[in-house]
Design a protein around this ligand. Sequence first.
Ligand SMILES: CC(C)(COP(=O)(O)OP(=O)(O)OC[C@H]1O[C@@H](n2cnc3c(N)ncnc32)[C@H](O)[C@@H]1OP(=O)(O)O)[C@@H](O)C(=O)NCCC(=O)NCCS
Length: 405
Amino acid sequence: MDIEIRPCASAEEVRQAITPIGYYFGSSAPDQNQAERVARVLPAERIYAAWEGERAVGGLGAYPFQLAVPGGRVPAAGVTIAGVLPTHRRRGILRAMMRALLDACYRQGEPVAYLWATEDTIYGRFGFGLASFTAEIDLPRERSAFHAAFAASGRVRLLPPAAAEEYLAPIYEQVAAATPGMFARSSAWWQTRILVDPPWRRGTGGDLQCAVLEEEGRPSAYALYRMNWAFERGLQTGSVAVIEALGTSPEAMRAIWRYLLDIDWMARLRASLLPLDHPLLLLLAEPRRLGFSLRDGVWVRLLDVQAALSARLYQTHGSAVIEVVDEFCPWNAGRWRVGSDRVDRTEDAPSLRCDVTALGSVYLGGFTWTQLARALRVQEVLPGAAALADAIFQARSAPWCPEIF
Ligand SMILES: CC(C)(COP(=O)(O)OP(=O)(O)OC[C@H]1O[C@@H](n2cnc3c(N)ncnc32)[C@H](O)[C@@H]1OP(=O)(O)O)[C@@H](O)C(=O)NCCC(=O)NCCS
């Protein structure tokens, strides 16, 4: 039977479109409540499904995000729910859905798409480049002393997560606006994605906990976490699992992490989805004890090279002429002059030559042109061009997306 690719037009169609990805999470049929929760943050018309008659055999959607980039924010498609039933795999269904979705996002004026990949071999062919690393830690509490004496200022309060949005959202917004890779959260996002505590998310952990640090009466940091208590022969072996801990100043960050590290009964502190330049690395006396381990983070795809590159800030004067190859979105192919004053098409000779995936890798500041040239992912046509482009593209912090979407 023929497959038709089209966006969803009803809650029932959304339910169908999330069924293929739900299958891989072990669910045979998401119910209408799940579909309604998805539709609160992901409008039906932004979800494409592959229809075989009345039945969806694949789904792919894009959240409408405002993504922080160095020096600003840009509308971005947060690509999600990619799934094709095992009965229909490797027949080009993901490719066809990606075509329809990315074309629609481009037409609607979203110059960037980004995603988390379950496998790092899937998305390069569609022009996504690895744009950040993310780190995981597993720290024994008894080795968690800071390198310098710390006296707590402020007060930590425990709040029921369901009532915490008004305290957490302004802190998150301040951090997210200044951190490339983070996106703005709507109230619906807080309520359906962050402050809810469905049993399937708990694993072996306890309830979702929320702690807020107040300094001079104002919330300045928060932590969302779970307690995994355990004892063996009377000794504590449990861990605190940190889901998200953010602060609006270095002092607030230090205080909220000290709070987490000092919770009694816990033998370890575990956290994932941390940025490469997380302050704990330099706060601790023994950073080696973090077991700081890396894996790929978000992947970025420039859908509209001119608009995307124009939306971010560059650090120095001067410009680079970059010749871009883009098979999946050929309108981006050609030579682009990128500089602090403007980004334009040009016929000038290129100083660098690359595939569009390389632009995705440098866009948020997660990788340098020099790194890409060393890995032969960028060709340095003029000697020294990568170093010059690095000076132009340099970002102040590592990209960070603290949640998988
Ligand atoms: C990944 C998945 C969506 C691919 O769907 P699909 O319809 O089989 O993909 P397509 O047939 O359109 O394949 C498109 C291309 O991607 C490649 N590809 C697809 N899945 C791949 C994978 N898991 N690893 C490596 N390459 C993959 C195909 O070989 C094909 O390559 P080509 O265009 O060079 O020939 C599907 O296998 C699936 O649902 N997997 C489980 C859930 C999942 O991992 N989703 C991704 C969430 S980020």
